[in-house]
Design a protein around this ligand. Structure first.
Ligand code: NAP
Length: 503
């Protein structure tokens, strides 16, 4: 292997020697390939302190020294001579590689540049933090001509099409590091090693480039270094998508059942762009979240009749590489979560809210034999949803006087970060069971109010896990490890709600 056995490279970047040493120790728990961002050190004094006081760690890591100047997106403000002297002063670390940006490398014949690097090999890099230029192949040729031992191209990707072009540079070339940067590039960063990149970077603490994942996520959630051409790729498409707990939940499922698959978050604004990437990336199925649940229907080759009736799809199976089949498992999720506590047939259930999720809940309840009541802040959507499922619209002013078997909140009121709010008042909770679709936080203010009144409370986590495990089973044909997937979601929600200092 060009950079040693481990191809996930931890980026150690701190402003002091102590900070760098601490990060280095953390990084070595995960990988032995380390990039030292010397340009992050705030002064020559800290640089020397780091070099001379941090003995080479026992694990004998593969070290890559980088001292990126500002014009190439780094933090080093000195000139080229000062930059090269930083490499010279780093010789006691015995780095195997030095990463020198083309802005510097282009000024010297390779032979002369190598004099500053000692025995270290030369990685010549190109960065573009604004876009992915059209002429990537020409840029790669220019880097190759500079006489280095390997080249690296890191560009800001604004679409999956950009990501595919960056990854294509690495395919079949052992000496190329391809880095798709930015939020759109995140899934491509995970897939880069599978596509042939010699390295993939991950942050020990603070990201040093946009879209860079943490080392823990790369190793523990995505297992980016074990993915191969047989790995089945799944994901969630949405905008935004960064907050989603689906990657954690689905990947835990794959790991528990030892299935060679990975589930990634795809930030998708333009559905065309994603659809075009399905075949090249070998995507086998995907979850759909806001704002695409309705729009995706246009792209499907076939769709489950119930999903057509609801008018929303949250699960797509890809068959034969590109044919798309849609399902709605939000529907299954609501039923699984509610049916354990309420006998739906013959019951009367109120849905508060009349948006997309409310529509799915209404169809699920009607199918389960419940009488559906809908209340919303705007009477028009409440009436039309009630009509669609043969139910009744109930004005908010009447809720104090009405009784229901269950009330379901289908509005975002009470969702993190505005978790202090509740969509309904205690006097309006005249029912036995209250379900909140919100799962962040796991226990909303509405559910607390319900418990205080002695009512049974169902968290949105139940529906989230049920819809997710249903999609997982559709894709894999295997029974999902529901308890483990649920535990992973709850643990992540607990971590989110615990202040950093108390973890
Ligand atoms: P949506 O299509 O935007 O609909 C939101 C509904 O809430 C609309 O009826 C909206 O009324 C109403 N609303 C918004 N703000 C309100 C306020 N301040 N007071 C009263 N009503 C208000 O959103 P959605 O997709 O249905 O999602 C609704 C909630 O369900 C979200 O919190 C989402 O996270 C959750 N959800 C959870 C799961 C799960 O698996 N647990 C799955 C899907 C959705 P207007 O039309 O007047 O704006």
């Amino acid at each position: 292997m060009l950079f040693g056995r481990e191809r996930i490279c931890a980026v150690v970047a701190g402003s002091t020697a102590a900070e760098m040493a601490r990060q280095l120790d953390r990084a070595l728990r995960w990988t032995r390939t380390i990039e030292l961002r010397l340009d992050w050190l705030k002064s020559p004094r800290e640089h020397l302190k780091f070099i001379f006081r941090s003995p080479r760690r026992r694990l004998r890591p593969t070290l890559i020294c980088t001292c990126r100047r500002r014009p190439a997106g780094g933090r080093f403000s000195g000139n080229v001579r000062h930059q090269l002297s930083r490499f010279v002063f780093s010789w006691p670390l015995h780095p195997q590689w030095c990463d020198v940006e083309i802005e510097t490398a282009g000024q010297f014949p390779a032979g002369e540049l190598r004099k500053f690097l000692g025995p270290a090999r030369l990685l010549v890099s190109y960065h573009n933090f604004r876009r992915t230029p059209r002429n990537l192949a020409a840029i790669a040729r220019r880097l190759a001509r500079s006489g280095g031992d390997a080249i690296k191209i890191a560009t800001h990707c604004r679409s999956l099409a950009d990501c595919l072009r960056v990854l294509a540079l690495a395919r079949g070339h052992r000496r190329v590091v391809a880095v798709p940067m930015g939020e759109y590039g995140l899934p491509a960063r995970v897939l880069a090693l599978r596509e042939g990149s010699a390295l993939a970077y991950a942050a020990v603490e603070e990201a040093t480039a946009p879209g860079q994942l943490s080392l823990e996520a790369m190793k523990r959630v995505y297992h980016a270094d074990t993915l191969d051409r047989r790995t089945r790729v799944y994901g969630v498409i949405g905008h935004p998508v960064g907050h989603s707990l689906s990657p954690l939940m689905h990947n835990v499922g794959f790991q528990m059942r030892r299935i060679n698959a990975v589930y990634l978050p795809f930030l998708v604004r333009d559905l065309h762009d994603f659809i075009a990437a399905i075949e090249p990336l070998g995507i086998a199925g995907f979850s759909v979240t806001l704002p695409h649940k309705q729009r995706i229907l246009r792209y499907l080759d076939d769709c489950d009749p119930l999903a057509v009736q609801i008018g929303a799809v949250n699960t797509v199976v890809v068959r034969g590489g590109s044919r798309l089949y849609g399902y709605n498992t939000d529907y299954v999720g609501v039923l699984r979560a509610l049916e354990r506590r309420v006998r739906l047939r013959g019951s009367r259930v109120l849905i508060y809210g009349a948006g997309g999720a409310a529509r799915t809940v209404a169809f699920a309840l009607a199918q389960g034999g419940a009488t559906v009541s809908v209340s919303a802040r705007r009477p028009g959507p409440a009436r039309s949803l009630a009509r669609a499922v043969g139910g009744e619209a109930v004005p908010r002013a009447c809720l104090r006087r009405e009784f229901f078997d269950a009330i379901v909140n289908a509005t975002p009121v009470g969702m993190y970060p505005r978790a202090g709010k509740a969509p309904l008042r205690p006097a309006e909770l005249n029912c036995r069971v209250v379900m909140d679709l919100i799962y962040r936080p796991a226990k909303t203010r509405l559910l607390r109010l319900a418990e205080r009144r002695g009512l049974e409370a169902i968290s949105g986590v139940d529906m989230f896990v049920a819809q997710g495990t249903a999609q997982w089973e559709i894709w894999t044909g295997v029974r999902a490890p529901v308890a483990a997937m649920r535990r992973a979601v709850l643990a992540a929600l607990r971590r989110e709600s615990t202040p950093a200092g108390q973890r």
